[in-house]
Structures are given as structure tokens and as C-alpha cells.
Design a protein around this ligand. Structure first.
Ligand code: ATR
Length: 291
């Protein structure tokens, strides 16, 4: 498979602060090659002070669209012309589409998380109890996905309390049938809630390659074998959080399937093509050796 960049090549990409380790360029360029499309996906490393200029640059350079990643998913929303309804409710976008100079924001993390949980975790969300660690943009998409599928209870733990209060306030109105509770990231309340939970999700950045010895959970004794433990991080493939969970006998899942599934949804918005999820995941695992 050979690709030629020419005058008609459409540019897509990802905007983030530290994206050297992002797998999105690999995933999207593989999908482009597979479907012989005249697109090219590029990494755009952007400093916080330049986010506004970078987003305006999408229009100026006639870029077809971009993914938005850490830490801009919430900040970017204010810089767009239109925002799709669920992304507006979540308050975070991970995808921008440029339609003739109109920038519209979407959140494909919701479907990415839901699909990975169902297909790779074999997890039925309805009537279950979940504990979510973190309350940033990624956490808001995860919480929204779980609420949309009729989860019974969500307990959100975060270092900064204003953010969890805001999630609770924003989502309780739309999903009155589910219980949403907010707690500071402390061992005592974590213990009580994790004991009764079926699903535990890390949405914080603790444990990423740059801080590999970190974990958001203060004590590894909090894991138990009846949990599905999910870390949104995919680099490293097995964080300390996941290694400890595995040692405790829990089923684990890393962030790669979600990255692939959300990427496919974004790809569809830009190109109109929707590659098969399982095939793309298999291909990326083969290339990266990430299990
Ligand atoms: P994203 O869009 O990927 O969710 P984010 O909005 O910056 O990124 O959110 C990062 C999350 O990781 C937040 O919940 C953050 O906690 P705070 O709200 O207290 O900032 C959490 N996080 C990052 N570093 C952390 C640390 N050292 N200890 C605890 N939580 C941390």
C-alpha cells in the first residue's frame, strides 16, 4: 500500500500538549492506507497559550478536522462555532470537523468508551455500580456514557472537589434515574464504594509514561476479584494501577480499545468511511505489540 501526498490531499490531525506518544497518527494513517483515501493525519503539538490561534488555524489552513486531546478537551469547546448536543452536555470535545469554515465540536469518547466496555470488557452497564477516579474532560465523557446506558450508581472521586460537584450538578438533571455521588480522593470512602462496585475506571493522568510509578489509588488492597478495572491510559499498556488490579484477581482493560473506537467515529465524521473496529484494533496491536 503506497500513498501519494498531492495538491488534493486533505489534512486531519490531533491537537494536544504532549503528543509525542500519541497512537492516533498511527491509527488514522493506517485506516487511510487501508481505504486508499487521499487524507493525511498529523500531530500538532500546541502550547496552552497558542490553543486559540491553533483552532483558528484549522479554518485558515483548510484542515478537514482534528482530534483534541489532553489537556484541551474542555478549553476547546469555547473556541468553536457549533457544538453537537452530547458534547455540549459533557462540556468537552475530542473531535472538530471543519465544514466550509464552520467548526463543529463532537465527543466520540462516549461511544469509544461504551463500545470498548461492551466488546472488550464484556460488561453490561445497566443496573451496575461504578467508581470513577478523576473529574476532567475524559471523566465527564465516561460518566455520560455510563449514565446513558442506565447505570444504577456512579461514585466520582477527585483531588479537586469543585470539579466533582460540577459533574454531579450538570448530569443529575438529565439522568434522574441514576445516583451520582461525589467524594474527595480519600482511602476511607474509596474503600466503602469500591467494595460494592462492579467497575472501577481511572480517568486521571496518573500512571502515564511520564509518571510511570504513580497510581490514583492510595492502597492496592482496595482492588478485589469481582471488579472490572479500566484505565484510560494506553501508554504504558499496563500501568501500575492495572498491574495491581491484575494481582488482586480483577479483570483489566487498558485505553487502547477506547482510543481505537473513538478514533473510528472521528474518522467517519471527517471521511465518511467507518472501518471495522475489531480489525483496526487487531492491526494496531500487531504493529505496537500492545496487548
Ligand atoms: P482529561 O481531559 O484527559 O480528563 P483533565 O481535564 O486535565 O484531562 O483532567 C485530569 C484529571 O486527572 C483530573 O481529574 C485531575 O484532578 P484535579 O481535578 O484535581 O486536577 C487528575 N489528576 C491529574 N494529576 C493528578 C494528581 N497528581 N493527583 C490526583 N489527580 C490528578
Amino acid at each position: 500500500m503506497k500513498r501519494e501526498i498531492n495538491g488534493k490531499t486533505k489534512i486531519i490531525g490531533v491537537i494536544g500538549k504532549n503528543i509525542e506518544n500519541s497512537l492516533s497518527p498511527l491509527i488514522h494513517n493506517q485506516m487511510i492506507l487501508k481505504h486508499s483515501l487521499n487524507f493525511c493525519y498529523l500531530p500538532f503539538q500546541v502550547a496552552e497559550t497558542d490553543l486559540n490561534k491553533a483552532i483558528q488555524g484549522i479554518k485558515a489552513l483548510n484542515i478537514r478536522g482534528v482530534n483534541i486531546t489532553f489537556p484541551y478537551k474542555e478549553k476547546a469547546i469555547k473556541l468553536l462555532d457549533e457544538v453537537e448536543e452530547s458534547a455540549r452536555r459533557i462540556g468537552a470535545v475530542n473531535t472538530i470537523v471543519n465544514n466550509k469554515g464552520i467548526l463543529t465540536g463532537y465527543n466520540t469518547d462516549v461511544i469509544g468508551f461504551k463500545k470498548s466496555l461492551q466488546e472488550n470488557g464484556k460488561f453490561v452497564i445497566k443496573e451496575k455500580k461504578a467508581v470513577i477516579l478523576g473529574a476532567g474532560g475524559a471523566a465527564r465523557a465516561v460518566v455520560y456514557a455510563l449514565l446513558g446506558e442506565g447505570i444504577k450508581e456512579i461514585c466520582i472521586f477527585n483531588r479537586t472537589s469543585e470539579k466533582i460537584k460540577k459533574i454531579k450538578q450538570d448530569f443529575s438533571l438529565f439522568f434522574p434515574q441514576s445516583s451520582i455521588k461525589a467524594f474527595p480522593l480519600e482511602e476511607e470512602s474509596l474503600k466503602d464504594k469500591i467494595e460494592k462496585a462492579h467497575l472501577l475506571v481511572n480517568t486521571t493522568s496518573l500512571g502515564m509514561a511520564s509518571q510511570i510509578d504513580n497510581t490514583p489509588l492510595p492502597n492496592e488492597k482496595l482492588f478485589h476479584p469481582n471488579l472490572l478495572v479500566y484505565d484510560l491510559i494506553y501508554h504504558p499498556a499496563k500501568t501500575l494501577f492495572l498491574r495491581q488490579a491484575e494481582r488482586a484477581g480483577a479483570k483489566i482493560i487498558n485505553g487502547l480499545p477506547m482510543l481505537v473506537y473513538q478514533g473510528i467515529e472521528s474518522f467517519y465524521l471527517w471521511t465518511g468511511f467507518k472501518p471495522e473496529g475489531k480489525e483496526v484494533l487487531k492491526m494496531i496491536k500487531r504493529i505496537t505489540y500492545i496487548a
